[in-house]
Design a protein around this ligand. Structure first.
Ligand code: G4P
Length: 523
């Protein structure tokens, strides 16, 4: 049995971000294959009709998209990997953002024919703000892609991060012959024939093959050599510290579908991806993972993952100490004591009851309504409370009510639970008390409506209010007379006053009229 310290050192917890269709599912599947968890390609996501194991909800299956984030755990080369899946739909949601609060590093998968797409850019901004190390994989090299120099250039200029190519493609599409692997000083041959070597050593200068090989006759070889020379002369220098601060992204190329370059990527990634990090508390102290006192925080709540069991699971990222099944913890927000006996962990092929977990692991607590997103739990007497998870300023709003007035009770129950889960944000109109839903992406409304019908048996009517600019106002400065048709006054779920401005013009007008009033946006 590995000791706590060894276990801790071996954890790697990360998320994969990408634009839909860039190949996130395919690369995840290849990683599971490498980890020996699944034996056949196509197990995670069948070519058509089957859906990834992470596709829990019916809505996902209907639309063939992944709405919710899931967790997969497997072992690779002595390390235990936790992958937190992030929804890849164009219309992303807050769920994705929060998942990024629970990882130590991020893999960014980009389609090499398309380059950086809007969804990836948005997700990247969150990653950058948190200074999370980020590793880039340009996928689909088996297809004709854009010139690699263009891709790297775009990566640096669009995302404002320095890039360091670890390997470089020798052609793409029809003429793909391999990867010039500067990091390992070798060439990795694309689909070597029987008896052919997969890895060919480079000479001491790292400029040419050490022994003659037919790859030197490949159509793209000369160009690749020139480009690699250029990168060595004029490119960034590798700096592990910068990688760890999220200022430099190591860049890899490959083709997930044909399982080319994924193993090399994963191996190198494992060398640099950080072990579980510390986390800040409300009083600005860092809780280190090797602190023996168990603590963790809830980053996601999900109900009804399995329609046969009406279960609700709070996903907890373990921050410090060792979790043991049956242990007593305190919920920092309420002071309530809880015994954690019904706890699940997420292996790639099943959900299993967990006995122990260490920092970096994600455990699922069966919840009867105790938890909220952002909650801290801790064992022992010394109170631990982590700083709040960021909340996001919604941009889209809808009035909501139950279609059938007799369904008020289940309507309230559904709304309360889904809001607690963070599916959607809820506001009430200051005067009338009418319910208003707010979301970052419009998919959140669809998910809300679908789940209200399917899980709470309540049809809801949603009336679009369009996009608004939400600004929190200091309650002491509030005068309800400040509200008008162009700046609607509402309460958030913590009873705090918020103005919903119709547009920037309305916000500016308000600021001119009340120059001393403080208005605040969330993330
Ligand atoms: P996602 O999770 O990021 O949305 O992407 P996913 O892995 O589902 O891949 C999207 C499509 O791209 C899939 O094809 C997949 O087979 C293909 N793909 C992934 N990696 C590669 C690659 O390296 N090369 C090539 N040529 N294609 C790749 P699809 O036709 O949309 O899905 P399916 O019908 O094959 O399942």
């Amino acid at each position: 049995m590995a000791s706590f310290e060894e276990e801790l050192k071996n954890r790697r917890t990360f998320a994969i971000i990408s634009h839909p269709d860039a190949g996130k599912t395919t690369i995840t599947e290849q990683m599971l294959l490498l980890g020996g968890v699944v034996r056949e390609a196509g197990t995670v996501k069948g070519r058509k009709g089957n859906f990834a194991k992470s596709d829990w909800m019916e809505i996902e299956q209907k639309r063939g998209i992944s709405v919710t984030s899931s967790v997969l755990q497997f072992d690779f080369q002595g390390k235990r990997i936790n992958i937190l899946d992030t929804p890849g739909h164009e219309d992303f949601s807050e769920d994705t953002y929060r998942t990024l609060m629970a990882v130590d590093s991020v893999i960014m998968v980009i389609d090499s024919a398309k380059g950086i797409e809007p969804q990836t850019k948005k997700l990247f901004e969150i990653v950058k703000e948190r200074h999370i190390p980020i590793f880039t994989f340009f996928n689909k090299l088996d297809r004709d892609g854009r010139p690699p120099l263009d891709l790297v250039d775009e990566l640096e200029s669009t995302l404002g991060i320095d890039a360091y190519p670890m390997n470089w493609p020798i052609g793409s599409g029809q003429i793909l012959s391999g990867l010039f692997d500067m990091y390992h000083n070798r060439v990795e041959v694309y689909h070597p024939e029987e008896g052919e070597e997969r890895f060919l050593p480079l000479n001491a200068e790292g400029t040419d093959l050490a022994t003659e090989n037919k790859i030197q006759l490949a159509p793209a070889w000369d160009e690749t050599q020139e480009e690699v020379e250029m990168l060595k002369d004029a490119g960034n220098t590798f700096d592990e510290n910068k990688v760890l601060k999220g200022e430099l992204t190591p860049v890899f190329f490959g083709s997930a579908l044909t399982n080319f370059g994924v193993e090399t990527f994963l191996e190198t990634y494992m060398q640099y991806a950080p072990a579980p990090s510390s986390k800040k508390t409300v009083d600005d102290k860092e809780v280190e993972p090797d602190n023996p006192q168990f603590s963790g925080f809830v980053f996601k709540i999900q109900a009804n993952m399995n329609p046969n069991h009406r279960d609700r699971i709070a996903f907890v990222r373990c921050v410090s100490g060792e979790f043991q099944r049956g242990m007593d913890v305190t919920l920092a927000r309420t002071g309530k004591k809880l015994r954690l006996s019904n706890v699940t962990e997420f292996m790639a092929d099943s959900r299993e009851n967990v006995d122990t977990a260490v920092p970096g692991d994600i455990i699922g607590l069966y919840d009867t309504g105790n938890f909220q997103i952002g909650d801290t739990i801790y064992a022992g007497k010394k109170k631990v409370e982590f700083e709040e998870l960021p909340t996001f300023t919604p941009e889209l709003f809808m009035h909501v009510h139950a279609k059938n007035v007799l369904k008020q009770k289940s309507f309230h129950k559904g709304v309360t639970q889904l809001v607690q889960e963070g599916t959607i944000q809820m506001y009430t109109a200051w005067d009338s008390g009418d319910y208003i839903l707010g979301a970052v992406g419009s998919l959140q409304f669809e998910v809300f409506q679908f789940r209200m019908e399917n899980e709470y048996n309540t049809e809801v009517v949603l009336e679009p209010m369009g996009s608004k600019i939400a600004r929190w106002i200091n309650p002491e400065q509030l005068d309800p007379k400040m509200a008008s048709s162009r700046n609607l006054l509402v309460r958030d779920r913590n009873e705090q006053p918020v103005f919903l401005f119709e547009n920037q013009f309305a916000e500016r007008w308000f600021k001119d009229k009340y120059p001393d009033v403080e208005l605040e946006a969330k993330l």
